[in-house]
Structure formats: structure tokens, C-alpha cells
Design a protein around this ligand. Sequence first.
Ligand SMILES: Cc1cc2nc3c(=O)[nH]c(=O)nc-3n(C[C@H](O)[C@H](O)[C@H](O)COP(=O)(O)OP(=O)(O)OC[C@H]3O[C@@H](n4cnc5c(N)ncnc54)[C@H](O)[C@@H]3O)c2cc1C
Length: 417
Amino acid sequence: MAERVDVAVIGAGPAGLAAAIAARERGAERVLIVERAEQLGGLLPQCIHNGFGLLYFGRDMTGPEYEKAFIGRAQSLGVEARLETMVIDLDAERGITAVSRRHGYMKFKPGAVVLAMGCRERARGALGIPGTRPAGVMTAGTCQRFVNVEGYMPGSRYVILGSGDIGMIMARRLTLEGAKVEAVVEIMPWPGGLIRNEVQCLHDFGIPLLLEHTVTFIHGEERVEGVTVSRVDAERRPIAGTEKLFPCDCLLISAGLIPENELSRKAGVELDPATGGPVVDQNRQTVVPGIFAGGNVVQVHDLVDWVSWEAEAAGRSAAAYADKGRLKAATGVRVVPGKNIKYVVPQYVSGKDDVTLHMRVERPGLKATVKVGGVLWKRYRTVRPSEMIILEVKGQAMKEAGIKGELVVDCELRGGD
Ligand SMILES: Cc1cc2nc3c(=O)[nH]c(=O)nc-3n(C[C@H](O)[C@H](O)[C@H](O)COP(=O)(O)OP(=O)(O)OC[C@H]3O[C@@H](n4cnc5c(N)ncnc54)[C@H](O)[C@@H]3O)c2cc1C
């Protein structure tokens, strides 16, 4: 027999917590978070560095501090949590199947569901790096968990492949713990993470960043003994004759995050190939009525503050759906990524209400102009793929511009890369 809840939230990271709080505050009686880990907080307990909450709380917090503020609010509002419980199935009628060592096999029938499963890291297998298969090759996030949560240093001499934020943060963290980081190796001509992390984590610690380079071989039988690094051409192919051996005992991979959407697919949720996350409208409702989504499962955010805001919208909408048994889809206008825009979230807007558009550019540049529906919206001195552009668009302005059917967003560059 399926247990009834008003709103079920899958995942207890910052997105899940914010969604659950917003659902309770919007009036949902019984809000349940289902989380496979043994604690609430998602990724945040292992992010012991600062840089969280500057926008949401107006102060500089660590991951655990940020998480605690949300856990406290969720608990005081009576949000229920089922920990060490993995959701293994979700159907299009919002039926949830979950398993846990403590509670066994469970079924839930919520009035509405919020997807908040976050992301996983791209690992060696997805990159196809040639070489042997020794110990000492792991993702940067796994290493972060070892060092910050388990209190264990997996090596003493590191090469980091990929200049995503996690990789750069780990370069600094490992240096502070007394390890030597030989280099951060990035295949693209620009860094993959935020500029503030490049400066504070690499430049301030004298850690070399090798742009337009990649790891072309992993050496070592039992344990990593070194990696070969090569320069790449404009097509990102290794250039013969540029190989250089970097001795190390650990290779960390920080080469991108993949939204965790296996459950979404099972439920028939449409995914956007550009984000890897669900197609959503401005209420964060997916194409399956009553299933909402927020946080990194929708798009990889660089700031946790936006994760919380996006998930709050999903949680409020889920509570409204659970209350009335429906929520009109805001799909009047399809948002289309135009010139130099990789993606825009939400993919649908009503065209009448104010909306916040999140987007990323394809390539960096100077003197950028972002146009929405052909109308100049905002100018930027620089734009970079690693830094999300966030635009507030007024419903009134869309109405006045006569936007119907499609809203094209373009980013024109007038300066060089
Ligand atoms: C190393 C690192 C450094 C960062 N640094 C910063 C920073 O300095 N400043 C900043 O603002 N942001 C930072 N971020 C970003 C921020 O931490 C993330 O954007 C945020 O954690 C994403 O929240 P989320 O809730 O969407 O996902 P997550 O935090 O990943 O939470 C998802 C949760 O869902 C659970 N889950 C998944 N599938 C299931 C299932 N089937 N059943 C049950 N539970 C499930 C997972 O166990 C997890 O707990 C950093 C992120 C990382 C990884």
C-alpha cells in the first residue's frame, strides 16, 4: 500500500531542502524528503571552504554553515526526512518506489514530486583516457570527500585534469594539506571554473594551469606513477611531439558534472540535451504534470544561492499542485538559445509573468550584448561559459514587445576572446 504525502522531494541537498521548506511554507501539510545518504545536505558537508551564501544570506559562509541554516528551518517546519533511503523508481503518475536497509521496500503516492537529485562527476571511463588501470585515479569530488569528511589523503603528488571549480578548489585544499599539485591541465583555451577560483585557488598558490593540454596516458601498475600530458590543437586533438611526463601518485578528474536524471527518464520527463536536465517551465514544472525539478538536476549551477532560489520555486509550485490537483503549465512561449548561447533555463515561459532566465554562453568574449527577443537587454564587459548569466525579464516588457510562440536569446560579442 503506497503511503500518501503531499509533496515528496527526492534528494536532500541544498535544492531538496529549499524545495521542502518552500512547500511547507506554501501550505503543504506533509512534506517528505527521501535521501540515499546518511545525512542531510547533499554535497555541502564536504565543501568546507567558504564562498557560499553571499547572495542568499549576504555573508560569506562555508558549505556546512549554509547547509545548517536550511536544515534548521526544515526541521522547525516539520519537514520529514527518510535517510539512507534510495529512490529506485518514479512513474508518470508520481508513484515512488524506494529501498532502505532500515525501512525495507517502500512505496509513496505524493500529490506532487520535486526532483532534486543533483549531479554526478564525469569519471575516467567517460573520458576514455588511455593507459593502465592503477589505484590513484579518482574524481576531484571523491578526493574532497576522502580529505574533508573521512580525514584521509589519497596521495602526496597530484595532477588534476580539468579546471572545473571542484578541481581548482581541491588543488588549493591538497596544497594546504601539504601535498604537491604539479599542474591543473585543461583541454579548452579557457578555465572551466569561476575566475575567483582560478585566482584564489591556483594563482595565489603558484599552481600551474596548462590550458589547451590534456592527459594522454596514465602510467603505473599497482599505483599511479605519472601521467603524460600533451598540448592539443584547435580540434582538441593531442599534438605529437609535445608529450611531457609528470610524475605523480594521484590523478584527479574534474571534467564536468552530469545531472542525475535516471529517475526523471523513467517517469517520462523530457530532458534538454544542452543541460542534461529536465525541460521545465517557469514554475519548474516538467512536461509530466505534478513533477517539478530544481537545483543541479536541472542545470549545473556555479553558485549554491541560485540552487536554493530555483528549488524554492519548484517547491512552491509543487505545493500549489498538491493543493489543487493541477497547475497550469506555463508553456506559452518556448525560449530558444540563439547566437553564442548554449542553453537557457527555463525552456518555457508564460510570456505574461516576470521571469528569471539562467543561461550559459558557448564561448567567452569581451563587450557582450545579450538580446532577448531581438531587444537589447543587458551589456557585459566579459562573458565566460563558466559563469552563468542571470537576467530578470519583466512580463510587461515581453507583452509590449509582442513576444509570442518563441523567445530567442542571443549573445553578441564585439571584442576578442
Ligand atoms: C566541490 C564543490 C565545490 C563547490 N563550491 C561552491 C562554492 O564555493 N560556492 C557555491 O555557491 N557553490 C559551490 N558548489 C556548488 C554547490 O555545492 C552545488 O551547486 C549544490 O550542492 C547543488 O545542490 P543540489 O541539491 O542540486 O545537489 P546535491 O548537493 O548534489 O544534492 C543531491 C542529493 O540527492 C541525493 N540523491 C540523488 N539521487 C537519489 C536517489 N535516487 N534517491 C535518494 N537520494 C538521491 C544525493 O545523495 C544528494 O544528497 C560546489 C560544489 C562542489 C561539488
